[in-house]
Design a protein around this ligand. Structure first.
Ligand SMILES: [Zn+2]
Length: 117
């Protein structure tokens, strides 16, 4: 179980999975957000609190942020295909001691759609 919260504490998450990696993506949105994503199937993730969201392009994903402090909290799949669909939370919102234990992999979401390492 990994927990995280935005700066003001209005939004928090529970991530009921042990990630083998966290993903740093260089696509046009992720490189600006600076998020580290950890992924799990939708039933493994609980989000508490009110968020605003942003979707672009083909609007397959919505990126969520705290309405109060603006921290990026998670993304959701806008066309989920049942409980086997994935979503992700921003590991940056977890305890730094937890973040330090999870290897970062760099994903080339801007171009080749493969991991660069
Ligand atoms: Zn907040």
């Amino acid at each position: 179980m990994i927990t995280g919260a935005c700066h003001c504490g209005a939004v928090s998450y529970q991530f009921d999975h042990t990630p083998s990696k966290t993903t740093s993506c260089n696509c046009s949105v992720c490189r600006r957000l600076g998020a580290l994503w950890i992924y799990a199937k939708i039933p493994k993730i609980t989000i508490n609190g009110a968020t605003d969201s942003y979707a672009w392009g083909d609007k397959s994903l919505a990126f969520h942020r705290c309405k109060v402090c603006g921290c990026t909290t998670h993304w959701e799949n806008l066309q989920p295909e049942g409980p086997d669909s994935y979503m992700a939370v921003n590991l940056r919102l977890a305890d730094p001691a937890v973040v330090a234990t999870i290897p970062v992999r760099h994903f080339d979401g801007a171009d080749s759609w493969t991991f660069l390492d």
